[in-house]
Ligand binder design. Structure first.
Ligand SMILES: [Zn+2]
Length: 396
């Protein structure tokens, strides 16, 4: 592997072979620092790791781990955009990944790191998208895979993780502490934990930014709106834009917008109050479970990056998310509630006059709506029942 691990908060450097994802001096998350000497995009390569090989720290070929991550479409909105008065509104549809969320990008990079370090056992702490992603990729890579979840995990969430032959461990106790406990247990048990914001997960996430730039003809959008939970994905996306800018592939960065659910918004709250550190939310209350992290491990780093680049953070209510989810579906994209939060935020910004008609706005659709539909079961849809003899009447 090339490069090193850097703490952006205090500047301390660590070896790229380090398994511990956080700074041992100040506790903040680490990032891969790589000298990018005239890198090029290998646009004919079939996998993500090969396509962006020059931008990633791997020396070895890990293409065989791939289940087909990335290469997701950037869809230009027709219906939603027209309603909001935004001329150029796009959806980056991460639901098109192998396990239907953006997590697959970070997982494939994280497993590459684990293999380079010689691990045969991997793990993660997650109840949702990341659990399924690590379980699937671990199975494909032939690694023993451990998923730690809270003991109250509902049955409907167990199957999409366990089906891959995963070692699923239900843990009683404070779920919020599991992230940190896993970092202690991992080295003792020889398990490499690929949690939400480990440095190599950031390396995977940054490819979202690369793809958006390429899809817009090597231009950055004016506004990029991202749902934020742990903060790892937004960190990766910002890093991707920074790197394309650094090597001259784009001439400016977008304005970054972090969106959180009003019922669990530690980052947006700290941003509004001009605080340097996020505070733990005692009781998260939102149906957008994928962005309900009460104490985001990359929260402080997201705050630093938003401020450095003149970005912003805002909240949207569950009702706003729900209506955005429907609006986005009318554009043909069914995202999970968290994935609809960016459209709800764009809607809010447009109504406040913060988006002008000519702006290019990209909303990140983080994961698929099909994964959780229970909140929609009571909805009234346009459904007609008819007996087959009367089928013709159904079309009136
Ligand atoms: Zn540090």
């Amino acid at each position: 592997m090339r490069g090193l691990l850097l703490c952006n908060a205090c500047g301390q450097e660590f070896n790229i072979d380090s398994t511990f994802p956080r700074c041992t001096s100040c506790g903040e998350p680490l990032e891969v620092l790589l000298t990018l000497a005239k890198p090029t995009v290998n646009s004919k390569a079939p996998t993500l790791l090969e396509r962006y090989r020059d931008f990633l720290p791997f020396d070895r070929d890990h293409a065989w781990i791939s289940l087909g991550e990335g290469g997701t479409p950037l869809i230009k909105s027709r219906g939603a955009a027209a309603g909001l008065g935004i001329g150029n509104l796009y959806f980056k549809n991460e639901a098109m990944n192998p396990t239907w969320s953006f997590k697959d990008r970070g997982t494939v990079a994280g497993i590459g790191h684990a293999l380079d370090l010689g691990f045969e056992r991997i793990g993660t702490v997650s109840t949702g998208n990341m659990a399924a992603s690590v379980a699937a990729h671990g199975a494909h890579a032939g690694l023993e895979t451990f998923i730690l979840v809270g003991s109250d995990l509902p049955e409907e969430k167990i199957v999409p993780i366990a089906v891959y032959g995963t070692r699923l461990i239900l843990v009683e106790g404070d779920y919020g502490d599991l992230y940190f406990r896993s970092l202690e247990i991992g080295p003792e048990m020889g398990i490499h934990f690929i949690n939400s914001d480990v440095p190599f997960r950031i390396e995977g996430s940054k490819t979202i930014a690369y793809e958006i730039c390429e899809q817009l003809g090597y231009k950055a959008p004016d506004l990029l709106v991202v749902p934020v939970s742990s903060g790892g994905n937004l960190r990766g996306i910002i890093k991707g834009f920074e790197e394309f800018f650094e090597v001259g592939l784009i001439d400016r960065l977008p304005r970054f917008v972090a969106v959180q659910a009003a019922g669990c918004a530690p980052i947006a709250k700290a941003f509004e109050k001009d605080q340097e550190k996020v505070e733990r939310i005692s009781e998260p209350d939102t149906f957008a479970k994928a962005i309900a992290n009460p104490f985001p491990p990359s929260g402080n780093q997201v705050l630093r990056k938003l401020r450095q680049h003149g970005g912003m953070a805002l909240t949207v209510s569950d009702a706003e998310i729900e209506s955005a989810q429907e609006l986005m579906a009318r554009d043909g994209i069914f995202g999970q509630p968290a994935a609809a939060a960016p459209l709800a935020a764009a809607q809010k910004l447009a109504s406040r006059g913060k988006i002008s008609d000519g702006d290019c706005v990209v909303c990140l659709v983080s994961g698929a709506g099909i994964k959780s539909t229970s909140h929609l079961s009571g909805k009234k849809y346009d459904i007609t029942r008819v007996e087959i003899e009367n089928l013709g009447k159904a079309f009136h």
